[in-house]
Design a protein around this ligand. Structure first.
Ligand SMILES: NC(=O)C1=CN([C@@H]2O[C@H](COP(=O)(O)OP(=O)(O)OC[C@H]3O[C@@H](n4cnc5c(N)ncnc54)[C@H](OP(=O)(O)O)[C@@H]3O)[C@@H](O)[C@H]2O)C=CC1
Ligand SMILES: CC(=O)N[C@@H](CCC(=O)OP(=O)(O)O)C(=O)O
Length: 346
């Protein structure tokens, strides 16, 4: 059994990790940390886990985490970067759900996250945990930086087009909308039910911290000689709990390509990417609580604009499910193990 620890288990991605890992046949949950709930039984705090986990939260302590084979950080950015070096030195592998190690350019990270990076020397050792791009590197990684939720949905939408040099990369657009759990569980007035229900709004339009992450991923996917991509990224807050719908727009350089066939063949062997038949539009409810990204590609009116719609559950493929997918790859397990859930609503 693989002994896992979870730091930050009282948050939304933490409890999603618990939900997935209690059912994982090759995992033993050995340490579950919370500063605020230390000493309390996890199943008293999260009654959905009653009968599935007999463990109490503990304070995050190196001694306890050092006995794990792998530790997930489900913490706000800034936490993992101050703690993981010691674990890695002790041969404990780390899967970080936060943004700490996603961006290779440390100065760029510091600019967007508005703080000095706590362990810049580790950034170059981190593997960006998007299996559909980096499966081989993830398998051998000591430190995996799981992608953000919007970046997962956006990159999976655009990768087939960028990898094949089919679109103008100087004017890419992604309009995306997220459920409120994307903002985390800590209390903020902006996320109160009365603030978000019955309403829909954009935010971060002038610049959201996922912009440099998506651009980095798309730059990696195109040929080295191409100009750096330019993306306009507009996130929105949806009055629902879980789910992201991202719509990507790009101008085709070549309109003769069969885009449906291209997407189907790019993702043919990907267990968690489902390309819908031509003419369909994906719905967030069909991926709720699953690790699936469901895509549709359309060329409206046969003009030169391509529109790709991409839906994921922000807490599953956008965070904890993808983290478990990475765990499976790192430990040589079947990639889908513990992740076979089907959505409740078609
Ligand atoms: N929500 C989402 O959809 C997604 C989130 N992410 C990323 O995953 C990470 C977790 O997000 P989310 O679960 O939403 O966040 P939450 O705010 O819901 O939870 C954060 C958790 O971290 C713990 N924590 C906070 N500060 C510290 C600290 N200094 N040391 C140790 N533990 C700490 C908190 O518990 P306690 O205070 O009890 O210790 C809490 O359990 C974030 O970096 C987020 O950006 C990534 C993709 C999607
Ligand atoms: C709805 C909402 O607020 N979403 C969050 C992003 C989700 C997320 O957690 O992404 P990271 O892992 O990069 O933090 C936001 O816009 O900041």
């Amino acid at each position: 059994m693989i002994k896992v620890g979870i730091v930050g288990a009282t948050g939304y991605t933490g409890v999603e990790l618990l939900r997935l890992l209690v059912a994982h046949p090759n995992v033993e949950i050995a340490a579950v940390t919370s500063r605020s709930e230390a000493g309390k039984l996890v199943s008293d705090y999260f009654p959905n886990l009653r009968g599935h986990l007999d463990l109490a939260f503990t304070d995050p302590s190196f001694d306890q985490l050092a006995h794990c084979d792998v530790v997930f950080y489900a913490t706000p950015h800034g936490v993992a970067q101050s703690q993981v070096a010691e674990l890695i030195n002790r041969d404990v592998r780390v899967i970080d759900l936060s943004a700490d190690f996603r961006i290779r350019d440390v100065e760029l990270w510091e600019k967007w996250y508005n703080q000095p990076h706590g362990s810049p020397e580790l950034v170059g050792h981190a593997v960006y945990g998007l299996p559909e791009r980096n499966r081989d590197a993830i398998a051998n990684a000591k430190l995996v930086a799981c992608p953000g939720c919007y970046p997962t949905a956006s990159q999976l939408a655009l990768l087939p087009l960028i990898e094949n040099g089919l679109v103008d990369t100087q004017n890419l657009i992604v309009n995306a909308a997220s459920g409120v759990s994307g903002a985390g569980r800590q209390g903020k007035v902006a996320n109160l039910f009365a603030e978000v229900a019955d309403s829909f709004k954009a935010y971060g339009v002038a610049g959201h911290r996922h912009l440099p992450e998506i651009e980095q991923g798309l730059n990696d996917a195109q040929s080295d000689n191409d100009d750096a991509v330019k993306l306009t990224f507009v996130p929105h807050l949806l009055p629902m709990i879980r789910g992201i719908h991202a719509t990507a727009y790009a101008t085709l350089k070549d309109t003769s390509v069969d885009l449906q066939a291209l997407f189907e063949s790019r993702y043919e062997n990907e267990p968690f990417v489902d390309v819908l038949p031509a003419g369909s539009c994906p719905e967030t409810r069909t991926v709720k609580s699953t690790n699936i990204c469901r895509l549709s590609v359309v060329r409206p009116q046969d003009r030169d604009t391509v529109v790709v719609m991409s839906v994921i559950d922000n807490l599953t493929k956008g965070a904890s499910g993808q983290a478990v997918q990475n765990l499976n790859i790192m430990f040589g397990l079947p990639e889908t193990q513990g992740l076979e859930q089907v959505a409740l609503i078609p």
